[in-house]
Design a protein around this ligand. Structure first.
Ligand code: ZN
Length: 120
């Protein structure tokens, strides 16, 4: 398993439920910072993306995950180089959350990762 794929797997662990739990744990306001509306949407994998991820890896993505957006297009996807979006469905205002913090929080607090040796 190459390093880039490992990093992608870490991102794929962030399901919509995990991200929602993270936002609650961090006491993020559950309303739009622009209009105050309460209908916020987090883009998640649709069925096509879900199938593609299944095709690309034999066993990993068992459920939907939050779609990440690369910060630097020229670098591979990794928690350090990605962010998640929350979009207000009333005014369109979009806010971003750095994926690194979400993934590290998940790995430390929610579902601790079993380290498999010290191999890099
Ligand atoms: Zn809004």
């Amino acid at each position: 398993m190459n390093h880039d794929r490992e990093e992608t797997k870490r991102l794929e662990r962030v399901s919509p439920e995990v991200f929602a739990t993270f936002l609650r744990a961090k006491k993020v306001a559950q309303c739009c910072m622009s209009c105050g509306g309460s209908r916020l949407v987090v883009p998640e994998t649709d069925d096509a993306a879900y199938s593609a991820s299944l095709a690309g890896s034999s066993s990993f993505a068992e459920k939907k995950y939050v779609i990440w957006y690369k910060i630097s297009e020229s670098k591979p996807a990794s928690p350090d180089n990605c962010e998640y979006r929350v979009i207000c469905s009333e005014c369109g205002f979009t806010s971003y959350y750095w994926a690194s913090l979400v993934v590290l929080w998940l790995e430390a607090d929610l579902f601790p990762v079993e380290k498999t040796g010290g191999k890099k």
